[in-house]
Ligand binder design. Sequence first.
Ligand code: PMV
Length: 312
Amino acid sequence: MNIIGKSHAKIILMGEHCVVYGKPALAVPISSVNLTAQLTKATSGQTIQCKYFIGDLSQAPADLLGIKRLIQSVLQSFHQQNTPFLLKINSSIPSERGMGSSAATAIAVTRALYQFFQKPLTHAKLLEVSNIEEKITHGNPSGIDTATASSNLPVRFIPGKPIEHLPINLKGDLIIADSGIKGRTDIAVNSVHEKYVHQPKLGKPAIDQLGVLARKAEYNLVHNQPQALGQAMNHAQKELALLGVSTPALDKLIQVARQHGAYGAKLTGSGLGGCVIALAPDNKAKNVAQAFLNQGAVNTYIEHFKTQGGVQ
Ligand code: PMV
């Protein structure tokens, strides 16, 4: 028996930071950056094999605690605590770059475990089980990462409301550049909060504007308006910079993307590091990716949107 659970990366297209204040965030699945969890029967041991660790599940390091607990919880619910297996996790998703690598791991491992034990898995159950890992790894996750890592459609998230899947109808390529610097979610969220509370004339309008732009972007995404979406991304970047979460290195990457034919570009996720994204016509995507690398990006990814249906 050779079982493979799959998942992919995500990025936040619009709405980072304002989502903390109840506004919408828009995340898109990145199917070209993906992950597999391969589960095979073994004669003894519960072995896990991934980039960070090879060994028995019981010896997994702290970084893998979320996945360990997820696996233990599923084994327990199926009364299979002692079943031997070999779990190989193969990922092309960089960690700590806002691309949802932990959520993608949780989704793929959950899918593999349910197939392995031949149990039916609803989408709601998939999210519930995967969030066992996310709660341990991220404390109080919104759920947007697991929702997007398990979907082939963009996702709109508003705190306290059910997650919505959006039909996509956009012609263009999304180019992602890894700045090589870890994102700093806790520091970035705290510093935006400082501005929101102590400089309300700056912080509040910026957050409100980001919310308006996320709504606009959703319309653009669904109605094939790549130029307007690019403009909304540029505008969002201005507001994020005002909030203090951009950096000179991110600014430079964003600038070169625009100079090389992108409709628009912005940071994605927490900022202070992590990734930037650019939207470009498909015949410009390679130029933009090369310009990112020339400007010091450590890696780039190109996601091609279809004009109809989901993300390829
Ligand atoms: O970098 P990511 O993908 O973890 O996104 C952080 C998004 C924030 O809005 C900055 C924080 C949050 O919890 O929503």
